[in-house]
Design a protein around this ligand. Structure first.
Ligand code: CO
Length: 451
């Protein structure tokens, strides 16, 4: 078809989802809209977005942000996760003040088109605030499409690659014996993958648990963290833990970008004999230039990506085969739409997925991870948490971990609902100000350390 024929066909609204050109080359309407004489006919008026709202809530104490997209079809709405827990209110502003007026009147069917429009709409792109707002909308649009199709979202992404999604859980301990006991308790529940973090007295290591441990981990200030004691202790602790547990169980560990790159390379080499499933964030996103050097010296599997925001951060390390697992946070990178592209990119380079699945994610966000997991052949592992009762009540249909795996409920869309009225009973509070206490970790001499 030559260009002229193509345009005249388009002008007649004959194909390509009714994209209508005028002869002056203008596209009718604010988005890609069906033509009046489109095959769908006047009786099938397109559905419109009528309202986009963000709802902050904290049923477990952790600040969560839900994004709801309402449509002109009675009862049809979509839900997404836009949780950026450290700056929750900024996401609410981005959604309610900017994305709501921007999206009203548009056709929720055109997910990719709306994604690109939202992404370009601020001119200055990326950043956790804008991306969390955008991602929440993206997930909600997939939820709507699934509900319209009468299918769970993973079906729209290509269908099942597995029957359920294996997850890893978190253990933290101060001795190998204590860690072994906690790992065994999880093994009794059927969990086969455990992330183990270590508390060392006098040093605020990342991932220490419990209220007192949490204070020790440095997020709540007043404690010091030095990289050297951490770097020296971890291989000894894992060595002993492997002796206690044998080779039956898969162990993981998160460095949380808390070492200097050359120390991280040393740690990787020391940990190699412990046969970890993966080591997470040995270097910071700013230090990915060190990954090829790390790779030359050790075969330890590397997981990275939790802090990534845009393609410039991941394309090279994947295509140059410098990592083994991609760990992006779906609402940081653009939601399900970007996750499926990223998973496909990884597929060609034998990189597996291990999406970020912490407590600061709504059950809707966890379910979004799981839908992508279900439809991704190169899936690796999923991080997941158990929800408290209040969270389950606010989010009916929240995924549940059983026998070390999560099975989706197979309802159309994402499959998790949101009770707005109940959510309002759990407002986000300024006390304890979790989001204000990051960035206070310091070294012995007072130097700020990474969280
Ligand atoms: Co992490």
């Amino acid at each position: 078809m030559n260009r002229r024929n193509f345009l005249s066909q388009m002008a007649a609204g004959a194909s390509l989802a009714g994209l209508t050109f005028s002869t002056s080359g203008r596209i009718q309407g604010a988005s890609i809209e069906p033509a009046q004489d489109d095959a769908r006919g006047k009786k099938n008026e397109p559905i419109r977005i009528t309202r986009v709202q963000a709802y902050p809530t904290a049923p477990s104490g952790t600040r969560l942000v839900v994004v709801k997209v309402e449509t002109s079809e009675p009862g049809l709405y979509g839900l997404g996760c836009g949780t950026f827990t450290q700056r929750a209110r900024t996401v609410v502003t981005a959604v309610n003040e900017y994305l709501d007026p921007f999206l009203r009147g548009m056709d929720p069917d055109n997910i990719e088109d709306l994604w690109q429009a939202m992404f370009q709409s601020s001119y200055w792109r990326n950043g956790p605030v804008l991306m969390n707002g955008l991602s929440g909308v993206d997930m909600a649009l997939w939820d709507i499409k699934g509900k319209r199709a009468g299918m769970p979202v993973y079906q729209l992404l290509g269908g099942k690659c597995r029957v359920a999604v294996p997850v890893y859980r978190h253990v933290s301990a101060s001795t190998p014996e204590q860690a072994a006991d906690r790992v065994r308790a999880y093994m009794d529940e059927g969990v086969r993958y455990l992330r183990v973090q270590w508390s060392i007295s006098g040093n605020a290591n990342y991932g220490a648990r419990g209220r007192r441990d949490r204070e020790r981990s440095g997020h709540f200030g007043g404690q010091v963290y030095e990289p050297r004691p951490y770097r020296l202790a971890v291989p000894k602790l894992f060595g002993k833990l492997r002796e206690l547990l044998g080779d039956e169980i898969d162990l993981l560990h998160d460095v949380h970008e808390r070492l200097h790159p050359i120390q991280a390379i040393g740690l990787c080499k020391d940990l190699e004999p412990m046969r970890l499933f993966f080591l997470e964030d040995p270097v910071a996103p700013e230090d990915i230039g060190y990954l090829p050097k790390l790779r030359e010296q050790t075969s330890i599997p590397i997981a990275m990506g939790e802090l990534f925001n845009n393609a410039n951060e991941w394309v090279r390390i994947i295509s140059e085969r410098n990592i083994d697992f991609i760990r992006c946070h779906l609402s940081q990178i653009g939601g399900i739409s970007v996750a499926r592209k990223l998973a496909a990119l990884c597929d060609f380079f034998r990189v597996r997925t291990a999406w970020h699945g912490p407590g600061d994610l709504t059950p809707i966000g966890h379910a979004a991870n799981l839908h992508v997991d279900m439809a991704t052949w190169n899936f690796g592992i999923q991080e997941c948490v158990a929800f408290n009762e209040a969270t389950r009540e606010v989010f009916p249909g929240a995924p549940e971990i059983k026998d070390g795996v999560v099975t989706l409920n197979d309802r159309p869309g994402i499959g998790v609902d949101f009770d707005e009225k109940l959510a309002a009973k759990y407002p986000i509070r300024d006390d304890p100000p979790f989001d204000l206490k990051w960035g206070r970790l310091r070294g012995r001499d007072g130097t700020i350390r990474r969280p």
